[in-house]
Design a protein around this ligand. Structure first.
Ligand code: TAP
Length: 497
Protein backbone atom coordinates (compact mmCIF):
# COMPACT_ATOMS: atom_id res chain seq x y z
CA UNK A 1 0.00 0.00 0.00
CA UNK A 2 1.26 3.50 -0.78
CA UNK A 3 0.27 6.31 1.53
CA UNK A 4 -0.76 9.67 0.18
CA UNK A 5 1.34 12.40 1.72
CA UNK A 6 0.34 16.04 2.08
CA UNK A 7 3.07 18.40 0.85
CA UNK A 8 5.61 19.18 3.58
CA UNK A 9 7.97 21.70 2.05
CA UNK A 10 10.92 23.02 4.02
CA UNK A 11 10.81 26.81 4.06
CA UNK A 12 13.48 28.49 1.97
CA UNK A 13 13.12 31.76 3.89
CA UNK A 14 16.09 30.74 6.08
CA UNK A 15 18.34 31.19 3.05
CA UNK A 16 19.40 34.59 1.84
CA UNK A 17 20.80 34.16 -1.67
CA UNK A 18 22.50 37.33 -2.99
CA UNK A 19 21.85 38.46 -6.56
CA UNK A 20 25.53 38.07 -7.33
CA UNK A 21 28.75 36.88 -5.72
CA UNK A 22 32.41 37.82 -6.11
CA UNK A 23 35.43 35.65 -5.38
CA UNK A 24 36.57 34.92 -1.83
CA UNK A 25 40.26 35.87 -1.77
CA UNK A 26 42.43 36.88 1.19
CA UNK A 27 39.48 36.99 3.57
CA UNK A 28 37.12 39.16 1.50
CA UNK A 29 34.70 38.89 -1.38
CA UNK A 30 36.32 40.73 -4.30
CA UNK A 31 35.50 41.50 -7.92
CA UNK A 32 37.19 39.58 -10.67
CA UNK A 33 40.23 41.00 -12.50
CA UNK A 34 39.95 39.07 -15.76
CA UNK A 35 36.99 36.73 -15.35
CA UNK A 36 33.33 36.73 -16.32
CA UNK A 37 30.06 35.78 -14.69
CA UNK A 38 27.53 33.00 -15.06
CA UNK A 39 24.16 32.02 -13.60
CA UNK A 40 23.58 29.16 -11.19
CA UNK A 41 20.12 27.61 -11.45
CA UNK A 42 17.84 25.47 -9.34
CA UNK A 43 17.72 22.21 -11.33
CA UNK A 44 14.27 21.37 -9.96
CA UNK A 45 12.68 24.51 -11.41
CA UNK A 46 15.27 26.03 -13.80
CA UNK A 47 14.93 29.26 -11.79
CA UNK A 48 18.10 31.38 -11.77
CA UNK A 49 19.28 31.54 -8.16
CA UNK A 50 22.20 33.93 -8.51
CA UNK A 51 25.02 35.15 -10.71
CA UNK A 52 28.49 34.01 -9.72
CA UNK A 53 31.96 34.86 -10.95
CA UNK A 54 33.98 32.74 -13.33
CA UNK A 55 37.52 33.38 -12.09
CA UNK A 56 40.16 34.13 -14.71
CA UNK A 57 43.86 33.26 -14.59
CA UNK A 58 44.79 36.54 -12.89
CA UNK A 59 42.23 35.83 -10.18
CA UNK A 60 43.78 32.39 -9.73
CA UNK A 61 47.20 33.99 -9.38
CA UNK A 62 45.90 36.46 -6.81
CA UNK A 63 44.28 33.67 -4.77
CA UNK A 64 47.38 31.47 -4.84
CA UNK A 65 49.54 34.42 -3.76
CA UNK A 66 47.16 35.14 -0.87
CA UNK A 67 47.29 31.46 0.15
CA UNK A 68 51.10 31.49 -0.02
CA UNK A 69 51.36 34.60 2.19
CA UNK A 70 48.92 33.12 4.71
CA UNK A 71 50.88 29.87 4.73
CA UNK A 72 54.25 31.53 5.31
CA UNK A 73 53.22 34.26 7.71
CA UNK A 74 50.39 32.80 9.76
CA UNK A 75 49.02 29.32 9.24
CA UNK A 76 52.24 27.35 8.66
CA UNK A 77 54.01 28.71 11.75
CA UNK A 78 50.88 28.51 13.94
CA UNK A 79 50.84 25.72 16.55
CA UNK A 80 48.60 22.74 15.88
CA UNK A 81 46.71 23.56 19.03
CA UNK A 82 45.77 27.04 17.74
CA UNK A 83 44.84 25.70 14.29
CA UNK A 84 42.64 23.15 15.93
CA UNK A 85 40.63 25.89 17.66
CA UNK A 86 39.84 27.54 14.33
CA UNK A 87 38.78 24.27 12.72
CA UNK A 88 36.64 23.44 15.72
CA UNK A 89 35.00 26.88 15.49
CA UNK A 90 34.22 26.25 11.81
CA UNK A 91 32.63 22.91 12.76
CA UNK A 92 30.45 24.60 15.37
CA UNK A 93 29.35 27.30 12.92
CA UNK A 94 28.44 24.65 10.35
CA UNK A 95 26.28 22.95 12.95
CA UNK A 96 24.65 26.23 13.92
CA UNK A 97 23.92 27.11 10.29
CA UNK A 98 23.16 23.57 9.15
CA UNK A 99 19.48 24.13 8.31
CA UNK A 100 20.36 27.11 6.14
CA UNK A 101 23.19 25.20 4.46
CA UNK A 102 20.98 22.16 3.82
CA UNK A 103 18.29 24.27 2.15
CA UNK A 104 20.90 26.07 0.07
CA UNK A 105 22.46 22.77 -1.01
CA UNK A 106 19.09 21.39 -2.02
CA UNK A 107 18.21 24.54 -3.99
CA UNK A 108 21.46 24.58 -5.93
CA UNK A 109 21.96 20.84 -6.36
CA UNK A 110 18.45 19.34 -6.60
CA UNK A 111 19.00 16.67 -3.92
CA UNK A 112 16.15 15.93 -1.47
CA UNK A 113 16.22 18.03 1.69
CA UNK A 114 16.03 14.82 3.71
CA UNK A 115 19.44 13.87 2.36
CA UNK A 116 21.12 17.27 2.62
CA UNK A 117 19.70 17.74 6.14
CA UNK A 118 20.24 14.22 7.52
CA UNK A 119 23.30 12.97 5.62
CA UNK A 120 25.38 15.72 4.00
CA UNK A 121 25.35 18.38 6.72
CA UNK A 122 25.95 16.09 9.73
CA UNK A 123 28.88 14.54 7.85
CA UNK A 124 30.27 17.95 6.88
CA UNK A 125 30.34 19.06 10.52
CA UNK A 126 31.69 15.67 11.64
CA UNK A 127 34.65 15.95 9.26
CA UNK A 128 35.65 19.34 10.65
CA UNK A 129 35.27 18.12 14.24
CA UNK A 130 37.30 15.02 13.46
CA UNK A 131 40.21 16.84 11.81
CA UNK A 132 40.14 19.60 14.46
CA UNK A 133 41.06 16.78 16.82
CA UNK A 134 44.09 15.78 14.75
CA UNK A 135 45.64 19.25 14.26
CA UNK A 136 47.60 19.15 17.53
CA UNK A 137 48.38 15.42 17.40
CA UNK A 138 50.07 15.10 14.01
CA UNK A 139 53.22 13.74 15.61
CA UNK A 140 51.19 10.73 16.80
CA UNK A 141 49.44 10.01 13.51
CA UNK A 142 52.07 7.65 12.12
CA UNK A 143 53.82 10.14 9.83
CA UNK A 144 56.98 10.58 11.87
CA UNK A 145 57.52 12.63 15.03
CA UNK A 146 57.01 16.11 13.56
CA UNK A 147 55.41 16.02 10.11
CA UNK A 148 55.39 19.29 8.20
CA UNK A 149 52.69 20.74 5.93
CA UNK A 150 53.16 20.85 2.17
CA UNK A 151 52.17 24.49 1.56
CA UNK A 152 49.40 25.70 -0.76
CA UNK A 153 46.75 23.13 -1.73
CA UNK A 154 44.69 23.53 -4.93
CA UNK A 155 41.42 21.65 -4.53
CA UNK A 156 38.84 21.02 -7.25
CA UNK A 157 35.52 19.34 -6.44
CA UNK A 158 32.40 18.05 -8.26
CA UNK A 159 28.72 18.88 -7.91
CA UNK A 160 27.21 15.74 -6.39
CA UNK A 161 28.03 16.45 -2.72
CA UNK A 162 29.24 20.05 -2.95
CA UNK A 163 29.71 20.91 0.71
CA UNK A 164 30.70 17.40 1.77
CA UNK A 165 33.43 17.20 -0.89
CA UNK A 166 34.66 20.60 0.32
CA UNK A 167 34.79 19.27 3.89
CA UNK A 168 36.68 16.12 2.82
CA UNK A 169 39.34 18.36 1.30
CA UNK A 170 39.51 21.53 3.38
CA UNK A 171 39.40 19.96 6.87
CA UNK A 172 42.49 17.68 6.57
CA UNK A 173 44.41 20.33 4.62
CA UNK A 174 43.91 22.92 7.37
CA UNK A 175 44.61 20.40 10.13
CA UNK A 176 47.93 19.61 8.47
CA UNK A 177 48.89 23.31 8.37
CA UNK A 178 48.32 23.94 4.66
CA UNK A 179 46.41 26.81 3.11
CA UNK A 180 43.78 26.27 0.45
CA UNK A 181 42.42 27.57 -2.85
CA UNK A 182 39.26 25.64 -3.69
CA UNK A 183 37.17 25.60 -6.85
CA UNK A 184 33.63 24.24 -6.52
CA UNK A 185 31.76 22.82 -9.52
CA UNK A 186 30.19 25.25 -11.95
CA UNK A 187 26.62 24.09 -11.24
CA UNK A 188 26.85 24.09 -7.43
CA UNK A 189 28.89 27.06 -6.19
CA UNK A 190 26.54 28.43 -3.51
CA UNK A 191 27.38 26.36 -0.43
CA UNK A 192 31.12 26.90 -1.00
CA UNK A 193 30.42 30.65 -0.99
CA UNK A 194 28.40 30.24 2.22
CA UNK A 195 31.38 28.35 3.64
CA UNK A 196 33.57 31.35 2.76
CA UNK A 197 31.27 33.43 4.93
CA UNK A 198 31.66 30.88 7.74
CA UNK A 199 35.46 31.24 7.50
CA UNK A 200 35.00 34.98 7.95
CA UNK A 201 32.65 34.43 10.87
CA UNK A 202 35.23 32.11 12.46
CA UNK A 203 37.88 34.85 12.12
CA UNK A 204 40.04 32.49 10.12
CA UNK A 205 43.15 34.48 9.16
CA UNK A 206 42.79 36.00 5.66
CA UNK A 207 44.15 33.85 2.83
CA UNK A 208 44.00 30.52 4.70
CA UNK A 209 40.91 29.52 2.68
CA UNK A 210 40.18 31.07 -0.73
CA UNK A 211 37.17 30.10 -2.85
CA UNK A 212 37.28 30.60 -6.62
CA UNK A 213 34.06 29.88 -8.45
CA UNK A 214 34.43 29.16 -12.13
CA UNK A 215 34.47 26.62 -14.91
CA UNK A 216 36.84 23.86 -16.05
CA UNK A 217 39.32 26.48 -17.31
CA UNK A 218 39.49 28.00 -13.80
CA UNK A 219 40.20 24.55 -12.36
CA UNK A 220 42.92 23.98 -14.91
CA UNK A 221 44.61 27.33 -14.26
CA UNK A 222 44.49 26.58 -10.55
CA UNK A 223 45.99 23.09 -10.58
CA UNK A 224 48.67 24.13 -13.07
CA UNK A 225 49.67 27.27 -11.17
CA UNK A 226 53.43 27.00 -10.51
CA UNK A 227 53.18 28.05 -6.86
CA UNK A 228 50.80 25.27 -5.86
CA UNK A 229 52.37 22.44 -3.83
CA UNK A 230 49.53 19.97 -3.66
CA UNK A 231 46.61 19.17 -5.97
CA UNK A 232 43.53 17.32 -4.70
CA UNK A 233 40.89 16.55 -7.29
CA UNK A 234 37.53 14.80 -7.13
CA UNK A 235 35.65 14.34 -10.36
CA UNK A 236 35.60 12.33 -13.55
CA UNK A 237 38.35 9.98 -14.66
CA UNK A 238 38.72 11.93 -17.90
CA UNK A 239 39.47 15.24 -16.15
CA UNK A 240 41.68 13.38 -13.67
CA UNK A 241 43.78 12.20 -16.63
CA UNK A 242 44.02 15.75 -17.98
CA UNK A 243 45.21 16.99 -14.59
CA UNK A 244 47.87 14.27 -14.37
CA UNK A 245 49.14 15.26 -17.80
CA UNK A 246 49.00 18.97 -16.92
CA UNK A 247 51.14 18.70 -13.81
CA UNK A 248 53.46 15.90 -14.97
CA UNK A 249 57.10 16.79 -14.41
CA UNK A 250 56.33 19.21 -11.57
CA UNK A 251 56.98 18.45 -7.90
CA UNK A 252 53.30 18.84 -7.00
CA UNK A 253 51.75 16.12 -4.86
CA UNK A 254 48.54 14.72 -6.32
CA UNK A 255 45.52 12.76 -5.11
CA UNK A 256 42.67 11.79 -7.43
CA UNK A 257 39.20 10.64 -6.36
CA UNK A 258 37.51 9.61 -9.60
CA UNK A 259 34.56 7.64 -10.93
CA UNK A 260 33.18 4.21 -10.13
CA UNK A 261 30.96 1.37 -11.32
CA UNK A 262 30.38 -0.56 -8.13
CA UNK A 263 28.97 -4.06 -7.87
CA UNK A 264 26.36 -4.68 -5.21
CA UNK A 265 26.34 -8.47 -4.79
CA UNK A 266 23.40 -10.31 -3.26
CA UNK A 267 23.75 -14.01 -2.31
CA UNK A 268 20.80 -16.36 -1.95
CA UNK A 269 21.12 -16.47 1.84
CA UNK A 270 20.95 -12.68 2.25
CA UNK A 271 18.14 -11.13 4.31
CA UNK A 272 16.23 -10.09 1.22
CA UNK A 273 14.15 -7.22 2.61
CA UNK A 274 17.25 -5.57 4.03
CA UNK A 275 19.10 -6.20 0.79
CA UNK A 276 16.32 -4.51 -1.20
CA UNK A 277 16.64 -1.42 1.00
CA UNK A 278 20.41 -1.54 0.47
CA UNK A 279 20.00 -1.81 -3.30
CA UNK A 280 17.61 1.17 -3.36
CA UNK A 281 19.93 3.22 -1.16
CA UNK A 282 22.91 2.07 -3.20
CA UNK A 283 21.72 3.44 -6.51
CA UNK A 284 18.81 5.84 -5.96
CA UNK A 285 20.32 7.85 -3.08
CA UNK A 286 21.17 11.32 -4.41
CA UNK A 287 19.61 10.36 -7.80
CA UNK A 288 22.52 7.99 -8.36
CA UNK A 289 24.91 10.97 -8.52
CA UNK A 290 27.29 9.04 -6.29
CA UNK A 291 30.79 7.96 -7.28
CA UNK A 292 30.51 4.79 -5.18
CA UNK A 293 26.88 4.05 -6.22
CA UNK A 294 25.96 0.36 -6.45
CA UNK A 295 25.10 0.76 -10.12
CA UNK A 296 25.67 -2.91 -11.04
CA UNK A 297 23.43 -5.26 -9.12
CA UNK A 298 24.75 -8.84 -9.12
CA UNK A 299 22.02 -11.24 -8.01
CA UNK A 300 22.58 -14.94 -7.34
CA UNK A 301 20.56 -16.65 -10.06
CA UNK A 302 18.31 -18.66 -7.72
CA UNK A 303 16.82 -15.52 -6.13
CA UNK A 304 16.99 -13.16 -9.11
CA UNK A 305 13.34 -13.31 -10.13
CA UNK A 306 12.00 -12.85 -6.61
CA UNK A 307 14.48 -10.06 -5.82
CA UNK A 308 13.65 -8.11 -8.98
CA UNK A 309 9.92 -8.34 -8.25
CA UNK A 310 10.48 -7.08 -4.66
CA UNK A 311 12.72 -4.31 -5.92
CA UNK A 312 10.15 -3.13 -8.43
CA UNK A 313 7.44 -3.16 -5.75
CA UNK A 314 9.66 -1.06 -3.48
CA UNK A 315 10.57 1.39 -6.24
CA UNK A 316 6.85 1.91 -6.85
CA UNK A 317 6.65 3.55 -3.43
CA UNK A 318 9.44 6.11 -3.98
CA UNK A 319 8.25 9.70 -4.19
CA UNK A 320 9.92 11.82 -6.85
CA UNK A 321 9.44 15.58 -6.95
CA UNK A 322 10.08 18.85 -5.11
CA UNK A 323 13.47 18.36 -3.43
CA UNK A 324 12.50 20.78 -0.67
CA UNK A 325 9.57 18.55 0.33
CA UNK A 326 10.54 16.50 3.39
CA UNK A 327 8.72 13.46 1.96
CA UNK A 328 10.67 13.40 -1.31
CA UNK A 329 12.90 10.39 -1.94
CA UNK A 330 14.18 11.22 -5.43
CA UNK A 331 15.08 14.77 -6.40
CA UNK A 332 16.16 16.49 -9.60
CA UNK A 333 19.05 15.66 -11.91
CA UNK A 334 21.73 18.28 -11.34
CA UNK A 335 21.93 19.77 -14.84
CA UNK A 336 20.54 19.57 -18.35
CA UNK A 337 23.83 18.15 -19.61
CA UNK A 338 23.87 15.40 -16.97
CA UNK A 339 20.27 14.53 -17.84
CA UNK A 340 21.26 14.24 -21.48
CA UNK A 341 24.12 11.90 -20.60
CA UNK A 342 21.89 9.66 -18.47
CA UNK A 343 19.23 9.50 -21.21
CA UNK A 344 21.85 8.67 -23.85
CA UNK A 345 23.32 5.82 -21.82
CA UNK A 346 19.86 4.46 -20.95
CA UNK A 347 18.98 4.52 -24.66
CA UNK A 348 22.12 2.51 -25.36
CA UNK A 349 20.75 -0.11 -22.94
CA UNK A 350 17.62 -0.41 -25.09
CA UNK A 351 19.65 -0.50 -28.30
CA UNK A 352 21.98 -3.21 -27.00
CA UNK A 353 19.09 -5.47 -25.98
CA UNK A 354 18.63 -5.00 -22.22
CA UNK A 355 15.08 -4.69 -20.84
CA UNK A 356 14.14 -1.33 -19.33
CA UNK A 357 11.73 -1.01 -16.40
CA UNK A 358 10.76 2.46 -15.15
CA UNK A 359 9.23 3.22 -11.75
CA UNK A 360 5.69 4.55 -12.10
CA UNK A 361 5.97 8.24 -11.28
CA UNK A 362 4.97 11.53 -12.80
CA UNK A 363 7.82 13.84 -13.72
CA UNK A 364 7.38 17.56 -12.98
CA UNK A 365 6.99 19.73 -16.08
CA UNK A 366 9.88 22.06 -15.36
CA UNK A 367 13.37 21.14 -14.26
CA UNK A 368 15.60 18.14 -15.00
CA UNK A 369 14.17 14.76 -14.06
CA UNK A 370 14.81 11.10 -14.72
CA UNK A 371 12.69 8.33 -13.16
CA UNK A 372 14.24 5.43 -11.21
CA UNK A 373 15.08 2.87 -13.89
CA UNK A 374 16.11 -0.78 -13.77
CA UNK A 375 17.62 -2.71 -16.68
CA UNK A 376 17.47 -6.50 -16.61
CA UNK A 377 19.00 -8.90 -19.12
CA UNK A 378 22.22 -6.90 -18.95
CA UNK A 379 25.47 -8.50 -20.08
CA UNK A 380 28.97 -7.46 -19.17
CA UNK A 381 29.56 -6.14 -22.68
CA UNK A 382 26.70 -3.61 -22.50
CA UNK A 383 27.67 0.02 -22.07
CA UNK A 384 25.29 0.31 -19.12
CA UNK A 385 27.33 -2.38 -17.35
CA UNK A 386 30.67 -0.75 -18.13
CA UNK A 387 30.29 3.03 -18.13
CA UNK A 388 29.51 5.25 -15.18
CA UNK A 389 25.97 6.60 -15.71
CA UNK A 390 25.93 8.82 -12.60
CA UNK A 391 22.14 8.75 -12.51
CA UNK A 392 19.20 6.70 -11.16
CA UNK A 393 19.76 3.74 -13.45
CA UNK A 394 20.47 0.22 -12.18
CA UNK A 395 21.92 -2.57 -14.34
CA UNK A 396 21.07 -6.08 -13.12
CA UNK A 397 23.31 -9.07 -13.84
CA UNK A 398 23.25 -12.56 -12.35
CA UNK A 399 25.84 -15.09 -11.12
CA UNK A 400 25.84 -18.69 -9.88
CA UNK A 401 28.97 -19.11 -7.72
CA UNK A 402 31.05 -16.84 -5.47
CA UNK A 403 33.97 -17.11 -7.92
CA UNK A 404 31.77 -15.90 -10.76
CA UNK A 405 30.54 -13.02 -8.58
CA UNK A 406 34.13 -11.94 -7.88
CA UNK A 407 35.07 -12.25 -11.54
CA UNK A 408 32.15 -10.11 -12.68
CA UNK A 409 32.47 -7.55 -9.88
CA UNK A 410 36.14 -6.94 -10.70
CA UNK A 411 35.51 -6.81 -14.44
CA UNK A 412 35.57 -3.03 -14.62
CA UNK A 413 38.26 -0.41 -15.11
CA UNK A 414 37.11 1.19 -11.85
CA UNK A 415 37.72 0.07 -8.26
CA UNK A 416 36.04 2.40 -5.81
CA UNK A 417 33.48 0.40 -3.83
CA UNK A 418 31.46 -2.81 -3.61
CA UNK A 419 28.68 -4.31 -1.51
CA UNK A 420 28.17 -7.89 -0.33
CA UNK A 421 24.89 -9.21 1.07
CA UNK A 422 25.03 -12.61 2.78
CA UNK A 423 24.32 -14.14 6.15
CA UNK A 424 27.73 -15.84 6.29
CA UNK A 425 30.51 -13.88 7.96
CA UNK A 426 33.14 -16.16 6.41
CA UNK A 427 31.82 -15.40 2.93
CA UNK A 428 31.96 -11.65 3.61
CA UNK A 429 35.64 -11.94 4.51
CA UNK A 430 36.34 -14.22 1.53
CA UNK A 431 34.69 -11.76 -0.85
CA UNK A 432 36.25 -8.65 0.71
CA UNK A 433 39.71 -10.12 0.27
CA UNK A 434 39.10 -10.61 -3.45
CA UNK A 435 37.37 -7.35 -4.40
CA UNK A 436 39.51 -4.76 -6.12
CA UNK A 437 37.64 -1.90 -4.46
CA UNK A 438 38.70 0.76 -1.97
CA UNK A 439 35.61 0.20 0.19
CA UNK A 440 33.64 -3.03 0.61
CA UNK A 441 30.39 -2.71 2.52
CA UNK A 442 28.84 -5.84 4.05
CA UNK A 443 25.06 -6.00 4.52
CA UNK A 444 24.88 -2.24 4.12
CA UNK A 445 25.79 0.36 1.49
CA UNK A 446 26.81 4.01 1.21
CA UNK A 447 27.87 4.31 4.84
CA UNK A 448 30.36 7.09 5.56
CA UNK A 449 32.27 8.12 8.61
CA UNK A 450 35.00 10.74 9.02
CA UNK A 451 37.24 8.23 10.78
CA UNK A 452 37.19 5.83 7.83
CA UNK A 453 39.37 6.23 4.75
CA UNK A 454 37.75 6.38 1.30
CA UNK A 455 39.32 6.13 -2.14
CA UNK A 456 39.88 3.92 -5.15
CA UNK A 457 42.02 1.58 -7.17
CA UNK A 458 42.65 1.56 -10.92
CA UNK A 459 40.72 4.26 -12.83
CA UNK A 460 38.95 5.31 -9.63
CA UNK A 461 42.11 7.19 -8.64
CA UNK A 462 44.64 7.06 -5.84
CA UNK A 463 45.08 8.52 -2.39
CA UNK A 464 42.65 8.35 0.49
CA UNK A 465 40.34 10.92 2.06
CA UNK A 466 38.91 10.51 5.54
CA UNK A 467 40.44 9.03 8.64
CA UNK A 468 44.08 9.31 9.61
CA UNK A 469 44.90 8.21 6.05
CA UNK A 470 43.33 11.44 4.76
CA UNK A 471 45.96 13.52 6.60
CA UNK A 472 48.92 11.86 4.88
CA UNK A 473 48.44 13.46 1.46
CA UNK A 474 48.67 16.91 3.12
CA UNK A 475 51.87 16.23 5.03
CA UNK A 476 55.49 16.11 4.09
CA UNK A 477 56.22 12.42 4.18
CA UNK A 478 60.03 12.50 4.32
CA UNK A 479 59.95 10.82 7.69
CA UNK A 480 57.04 8.49 6.98
CA UNK A 481 57.67 4.77 6.87
CA UNK A 482 57.41 3.03 3.50
CA UNK A 483 54.31 0.94 4.25
CA UNK A 484 52.28 3.87 5.53
CA UNK A 485 53.19 5.94 2.50
CA UNK A 486 52.05 3.20 0.13
CA UNK A 487 48.87 2.67 2.12
CA UNK A 488 47.78 6.29 1.84
CA UNK A 489 48.29 6.28 -1.87
CA UNK A 490 51.76 7.48 -2.76
CA UNK A 491 53.19 5.72 -5.79
CA UNK A 492 56.26 3.54 -5.37
CA UNK A 493 58.45 6.03 -7.25
CA UNK A 494 57.26 8.88 -5.06
CA UNK A 495 57.99 6.92 -1.92
CA UNK A 496 61.43 5.99 -3.19
CA UNK A 497 62.22 9.64 -3.99
P1 TAP B 1 34.20 16.68 -13.71
O1 TAP B 1 33.55 17.11 -14.95
O2 TAP B 1 35.47 15.92 -13.80
O3 TAP B 1 34.41 18.00 -12.85
C1 TAP B 1 34.95 17.99 -11.54
C2 TAP B 1 35.52 19.36 -11.24
O4 TAP B 1 36.64 19.60 -12.09
C3 TAP B 1 34.55 20.51 -11.50
O5 TAP B 1 34.78 21.51 -10.55
C4 TAP B 1 34.97 20.96 -12.90
O6 TAP B 1 34.59 22.26 -13.20
C5 TAP B 1 36.47 20.82 -12.80
N1 TAP B 1 37.18 20.70 -14.06
C6 TAP B 1 36.68 20.41 -15.30
N2 TAP B 1 37.69 20.37 -16.20
C7 TAP B 1 38.84 20.63 -15.53
C8 TAP B 1 40.22 20.71 -15.90
N3 TAP B 1 40.63 20.49 -17.15
N4 TAP B 1 41.14 20.98 -14.95
C9 TAP B 1 40.76 21.15 -13.65
N5 TAP B 1 39.47 21.11 -13.24
C10 TAP B 1 38.52 20.84 -14.17
O7 TAP B 1 33.24 15.79 -12.81
P2 TAP B 1 31.74 16.10 -12.39
O8 TAP B 1 30.87 15.84 -13.57
O9 TAP B 1 31.64 17.43 -11.71
O10 TAP B 1 31.52 15.02 -11.26
C11 TAP B 1 31.15 13.73 -11.53
C12 TAP B 1 32.34 12.80 -11.42
O11 TAP B 1 32.96 12.92 -10.14
C13 TAP B 1 31.92 11.36 -11.52
O12 TAP B 1 32.78 10.67 -12.37
C14 TAP B 1 32.04 10.85 -10.09
O13 TAP B 1 32.24 9.48 -9.99
C15 TAP B 1 33.20 11.64 -9.59
N6 TAP B 1 33.20 11.68 -8.12
C16 TAP B 1 34.13 10.95 -7.45
C17 TAP B 1 34.14 10.93 -6.06
C18 TAP B 1 35.16 10.12 -5.37
S1 TAP B 1 35.38 10.40 -3.81
N7 TAP B 1 35.86 9.20 -5.97
C19 TAP B 1 33.21 11.68 -5.35
C20 TAP B 1 32.28 12.42 -6.06
C21 TAP B 1 32.29 12.41 -7.46
P3 TAP B 1 33.15 22.51 -13.89
O14 TAP B 1 32.13 22.15 -12.87
O15 TAP B 1 33.15 23.92 -14.23
O16 TAP B 1 33.10 21.60 -15.09
Amino acid sequence: MTFEYAPAPESRSIVDVADSYGLFIDGSFVDTIDGQSFATVNPATEEVLSTVTEAGSQDVDRAVRAARRAYEDVWGPMSGRERSKYIYRIARLIQERSRELAVLETLDNGKPIRESRDVDLPLVAAHFFYYAGWADKLGHAGFGPSPRPLGVAAQVIPWNFPLLMLAWKVAPALAGGNTVVLKPAETTPLTALAFADICRQADLPPGVVNILTGAGSTGRALVEHPDVDKVAFTGSTEVGRQIMRGIAGSSKRLTLELGGKAANIVFDDAPIDQAIEGIVNGIFFNQGHVCCAGSRLLLQESIAEEAIASLQRRLGTLRLGDPLDKNTDVGAINSASQLERIAELADSGDAEGAMRWTAPCTLPERGYWFPPTVFTGVTQAHRIAREEIFGPVLSVLTFRTPDEAVEKANNTPYGLSAGVWTEKGSRILWMAARMRAGVVWANTFNRFDPTSPFGGYKESGFGREGGVHGLGPYLNTDTMDYDTALQIGFGVSEVAR
